[in-house]
Design a protein around this ligand. Structure first.
Ligand code: MSP
Length: 510
């Protein structure tokens, strides 16, 4: 069985989870589920990034010790995976022993190989980004991200990042798919071409971090610690069969703000360790709320659990993956959400299922019609288009073009609705009952295929839909998207219930 390893960033525990965090993990969840249904053994890792000044400060502000604070906030992120139906197979915390051991091991390896040396750091640091900035990057006294910066002068260990400049450029040249979307690769390349300085990888002015081996004054820079989580989780350096099976990772999913760390520092660290490099890093865009930047100070942070309660979990999952071309920035608005929910879900997909299944229920003795002996051209055309979705979806998913995968599915849903109108099975009922049954079979088969393919995105609703049409639980993976295993017919149908309710403003008190 082929393997697939994908990761989310690990989340800072300075605050509770919001829509941005949910978005990154959701994209990974959809992909993880897709790969599982497509026959892959998937490792799907998420977790929390618990060290560093930012987290230490938040703990201080709450008057709690950092360990107690991170225990509590990390739990919120763990709970979120259940609340949003995420299918991660591991959850890592950087305060776990397994992680501290790996960090200290790789530190020692890099030091022994001469990639780390002791010196002094004098320069700018932004706690909010947990990042160092060069003088030339400072704009109006702030980091290019707008984060406040402070001047830091302290003894520090450095990683010889500058020595990896050529190898990094060669990596991007030889593997143009290393960074997605492709537009972002240029950003990374030009940063590297502009010249890499050695990277400060330890701090002495605070203590909430992993101790540097044999030098108790230093703790590791939080990004060296954090990035290492991806190999901790597969047992790097511990003869773990998971490392053999899953490393290098197939995909690190990240937001555009942290691409530099993943596409430059991380491969350089791995090169220093002589370890294989991840195959791809994909940077998605950022969400705004009704046109405004999301921030705690503006008080407009969107709570993903609230969103799921208001609109429905699968509806929210659908909206986030469909509304915005993956990779671009997007805006969340109530109006856009309701539009998708009532349009794409209730009208297009919901109505297709409801009218087809109700007709079958009423006119075919509440059982799926038997597979026809012969098909008309129009039947064959829509069935072929439905089966062809699998290969199309594979290609889109491998490029993380989730919105394109969905568009392709909705094209078929639209065609199926038109096919219903053209074939008018309600009229055939009186003139040609056999043809009516064939038409309804074709439609049930299209619904079956569409429901199988939409499971990664809307697992709960598609499971209900597949239950409704009597598909056994072990016949829902992608090997069943094929004419060879089309519906035999005869399965009893329970009274159809709408899968996607409309959002009605008044009733919801909106
Ligand atoms: N701890 C680091 C990652 C270390 S990975 C080795 C970190 N954490 S974070 O909690 O600040 O952010 C995690 C992710 O949430 C990032 O991918 C970021 O892009 C994403 N988002 C945070 N706000 C967001 C939006 N408003 N919209 C979309 N995603 C955003 O960075």
């Amino acid at each position: 069985m082929p393997s697939y390893y994908l990761t989310t960033p690990i989340y800072y525990v300075n605050d509770k989870p919001h829509i941005g965090h949910a978005y990154t993990t959701l994209a990974c969840d959809v992909l993880a589920r897709f790969k599982r249904l497509d026959g892959f053994d998937v490792k799907f890792l998420t977790g929390t990034d618990e060290h560093g000044q930012k987290v230490e400060k938040s703990a201080q502000e709450c008057g709690v010790d950092p360990q107690g604070f991170t225990d509590e906030v990390s739990q919120n992120f763990r709970d979120l995976t259940g609340q949003l139906n995420f299918s991660n197979t591991d959850f890592i915390r950087t305060t776990e022993t397994r992680h501290k051991e790996t960090c200290q091991m790789i530190w020692q390896e890099m030091l022994n190989a001469g990639h780390i040396y002791l010196d002094k750091y004098a320069g700018w640091y932004a706690v909010r980004d947990e990042a160092y900035y060069a003088e030339t990057e400072i704009v109006d006294g702030k980091a290019p991200t707008g984060a406040p910066v402070e001047w830091v002068e302290e003894p520090s260990y450095f990683f010889r990042l500058s020595a990896f400049q050529d190898r990094l450029l060669e990596l991007y040249e030889k593997n143009p798919d290393f960074v997605g979307p492709s537009s972002r690769l240029n950003e990374v390349k030009s940063f590297v071409k502009s010249g890499l300085r050695d990277l400060s990888v330890s701090r002495t002015s605070f203590s909430w971090g992993i101790p540097v081996p044999n030098d108790e004054n230093h703790i590791m820079y939080v990004w060296l610690d954090a990035l290492t989580n991806y190999i901790t989780a597969v047992g790097y350096g511990k003869d773990d069969p998971e490392y053999q099976q899953f490393w290098p990772a197939d995909l690190h999913m990240v937001g555009k703000d942290i691409l530099r760390f993943h596409a430059i520092y991380w491969p350089a660290f791995l090169m220093a360790l002589d370890a294989p490099l991840p195959k791809r890093v994909y940077a998605h865009g950022w969400w705004t709320n009704e046109g405004q930047k999301i921030s705690k100070s503006l008080g407009n942070v969107i709570d993903p659990v609230n969103l799921a309660e208001t609109y429905g979990l699968d509806q929210m999952r659908y909206f986030l993956m469909r509304e915005v071309p993956f990779g671009n920035d997007g805006d969340f608005s109530h109006q856009a959400m309701v539009h998708r929910m009532n349009g794409d879900l209730a009208n297009d997909l919901g109505n297709l299922c409801q009218r087809v299944l109700s007709m079958v229920f009423k006119n075919c003795e509440a059982a799926i019609p038997l597979r026809p002996n012969a098909l008309h051209d129009a039947d064959q055309k829509i069935l072929n288009d439905a089966y062809a979705l699998l290969e199309k979806n594979r290609q889109f998913y491998d490029k993380q073009q989730f919105h394109e995968a969905l568009k392709a599915i909705w094209d078929v849903i639209g065609d199926a609705n038109r096919y219903v109108d053209e074939m008018a099975p309600w009229a055939l009922r009186k003139t040609d009952a056999a043809r009516m049954a064939d038409v309804l079979w074709v439609l049930c088969e299209v619904i079956r295929v569409v429901a199988i393919l939409l499971q990664p995105l809307m697992p709960q609703s598609m499971s209900r839909l597949l239950d409704q049409i009597g598909i056994d639980a072990d016949k829902r993976d992608f090997t069943y998207v094929s004419a060879d295993v089309s519906l035999a017919g005869g399965q009893p149908l329970s009274k159809p219930e709408p899968v996607f309710p409309r959002f009605i403003e008044d009733e919801q008190g909106a």
